[in-house]
Design a protein around this ligand. Structure first.
Ligand code: NAD
Length: 433
């Protein structure tokens, strides 16, 4: 099929490249001219394992194209995917400016009947509004159908998730259009769940809110474990063996970040609030996460008299490993707080440094290895569990000015730490001195 994709971020570019890979003719449209020129050369503007190769293969096969011009971008499309951002407004609600602009662009440039597929995470009722908006603007020139197809990929394993996902949700009140979207996705071989549009929109928010709840739950358990002398890893392992609970998302740490969980939990609180429902549980989840993200600072302050003039190594900047995404990364809050308390900050991240530079205070030093970051430091804070950090030789920490390691991701086994001369504090586990 001839498919256009609006927005080539983490979702749109992966969608475009994977749809091309299963044989569709894909035109990706983005307003960012510089990014479009880069992508035409098969250079991925984001770090996502395997994406550069996938782009190169499909560009060479002439199935994957890029443009910043909506007119040529939509001219031949039979189906248009919307994958633009839906960031957070100040009040927590989803900002639909980019969605509305995308709908307007479609209306201004399509010449034939079209199926619009909404990949972006949007509040319940938005697909319906997009249909109304486009229909009003095309004034009967073309038939418009809108299908909700929320995205569940995870950054860092996005391509794998697309080819081997748990489910593809297709929400539509128009049966023939839902079948078209099912046929497009058929080569992926992923189970399809058909439902009505509003339920599909809600599935996305409910899924993210549930995962965020699991994270905040185990983080609260980890805080209690520290107070009662239990070890959260043993607790999570024992809990997870219950098939009703499962092992996933039971890893204690310094909370969730990224471009989805923080904004989607806030947006769902708003969605509920708009119909006069107070989502008390989810409000708790969000509050727990806020506190948890600064737990490393609390632990660090308990170990030092003052942070003024201390050199602190922050290990990991991205919100999670295998991505360069810095949106709502805990590192941003942690570094801001360290600077506020007068510390000197040196950081190391294997891939997110360039993106971080645009967001962080110019006084930050960017080391190009973990060893260089911790050398001469008074403390090391582990923020992201990159393999480069998890596989580090603990002797490197033992050689620090003060061998104080505060591990927000429980990267190291306690027995292994005990055989090294370091002071080690982690999450929900006994400290080692
Ligand atoms: P992103 O910010 O990385 O990318 C959005 C892209 O859209 C940008 O390249 C921007 O230039 C482009 N854009 C904006 N307006 C445009 C327009 N009118 N025409 C053409 N291009 C336009 O966003 P993302 O992380 O890919 O997320 C997209 C959506 O998918 C969001 O709703 C998000 O919640 C959802 N989602 C994201 C993830 C994730 O892991 N990132 C996972 C599942 C769902």
């Amino acid at each position: 099929m001839k498919i256009s994709v609006i927005g080539t971020g983490y979702v749109g570019l992966v969608t475009g490249a994977t749809l091309a890979d299963i044989g569709h003719e894909v035109m990706c449209v983005d307003v960012d001219v510089q990014k479009v020129e880069q992508m035409k050369q098969a250079i991925s503007p984001i770090y996502e394992p395997g994406l550069g190769d996938l782009m190169a293969r499909n560009i060479a096969a002439k199935r994957l194209n890029f443009t910043s011009d909506p007119q040529s971008g939509f001219k031949e499309a039979e189906v248009i995917y919307i994958a633009v951002g839906t960031p957070e407004n100040e009040d927590g609600s989803a900002n639909l400016t980019y969605i509305e602009q995308a709908a307007k662009d479609i209306a201004d440039h399509i010449e034939n009947d079209i199926v619009i597929v909404v990949k972006s995470t949007v509040p319940v009722g938005t697909n319906h509004k997009i249909k109304q908006l486009v229909e009003a603007a095309v004034k009967g020139r073309a038939r418009i159908a809108v299908v909700s197809n929320p995205e569940f990929l995870k950054e860092g394993s996005a391509i794998q998730d697309t080819f081997y996902g748990d489910r593809i949700v297709i929400g539509s009140d128009d049966e023939p259009s839902a079948r078209i979207v099912e046929a497009i996705n058929e080569p992926f071989g992923v189970p399809v769940f058909h439902t009505d549009t509003r339920s599909a929109e809600m599935i996305k928010y409910a899924s993210n809110a549930f995962l965020a709840t699991k994270i905040s739950f185990i983080n609260e358990i980890s805080n209690i474990c520290e107070l009662v002398g239990a070890n959260v890893e043993n607790v999570a392992a024992g809990m997870g063996m219950d098939s009703r609970i499962g092992h996933q998302f039971l890893k204690a740490g310094i909370g969730y970040g990224g471009s989805c969980f923080p904004k989607d939990t806030e947006a769902l609180i708003q969605i509920a609030g708009n119909v006069n429902y107070e989502f008390e549980l989810l409000k708790g989840v969000v509050n727990v996460n806020r506190k948890q993200q600064l737990l490393l600072i609390e632990k660090l302050n308990a170990c030092v008299d003052s942070l003024a003039g201390k050199r602190v190594a922050v290990l990991g900047l991205a919100f999670k490993p295998k991505t360069d995404d810095m949106r709502q990364a805990a590192s941003l809050l942690i570094i801001e707080e360290l600077l506020k308390q007068g510390a000197e900050v040196v950081t190391f991240d294997p891939v997110a440094t360039e993106k971080a530079k645009a967001l962080l205070n110019p006084s930050i030093v960017y080391a190009n290895s973990l060893e260089a970051a911790v050398e001469g430091s008074d403390a090391a804070l582990i923020v992201t569990e990159w393999d480069e950090i998890k596989n580090a030789d603990l002797n490197v920490f033992a050689g620090m000015k003060r061998p104080l390691v505060i591990d927000g991701r429980n990267c190291f086994g306690l027995e292994m730490v005990k055989s090294h001369a370091i002071e080690y504090h982690s999450i929900g586990r006994p400290a080692i001195f």
